[in-house]
Design a protein around this ligand. Sequence first.
Ligand code: UDP
Length: 239
Amino acid sequence: FEMKPIYNRILLKLSGEALMGDQEFGISSETITSYAKQIKEIADLGVEVGIVIGGGNIFRGLSGTEQGIDRVTGDHMGMLATVINSLALQNAIELLGVPTRVQTAIEIPKVAEPFIKRKAQRHLEKGRVVIFGGGTGNPYFTTDTAAALRAIEINADVVIKATKVDGIYDKDPVKFADAKKYTDVTYTEVLNKDLKVMDATAISLCRENKLPIVVFDSLTEGNIKRVVLGEKIGTTVIN
Ligand code: UDP
């Protein structure tokens, strides 16, 4: 019996907060190792893996403005935070023997490669996990939009968005006991109902390019593999 992934190439989006574990800030080594193991599992299945990671565990541009930091400066700080997370994740994955590359949207050549689509594709074909740091490289964007953008650029079959909840609900499941979970939902419904999945820029980019999004709970170990093997967990956003 051979487990066969339903995707050849995926883009995994991890939030920065996902790395905190039960800490208040920063990177939990236990949590990052657990993600690295899950990533190794799917790479071992032959899936080509691109990753975009957020920076919210270190810095967010918008929270900076509350402390008097100019928005663009704050966003630069946030983008650099995603580079820090990318390097930490690269290290954790390579400790498990999986080759990786980090490519950044903001060039830091002593630290990582610049983002070059063709190079990224070549790495993926060779079985290297490619981590895209620095978001889109532009202020006023999010790492969700970076995930959608990179997924489209590298021709990924899907964006897999790891979250703390087990899918998309019609209302906040923490506040409302009768909140209903979607198995499938359309991009348009997500936008019209302002469902909390990804920001509108990311969703419309996915809609225009017919890129499916799977939202699932990544706290349960093994879930990334389940999604990749086609098990129907979480919610799928499609047309
Ligand atoms: N950011 C940005 N442009 C991008 C991606 C990210 O300016 O293309 C900045 C922005 O300030 C954001 C921070 O980087 O708050 C961290 O990213 P995000 O909030 O998306 O991380 P997550 O919530 O996924 O941890």
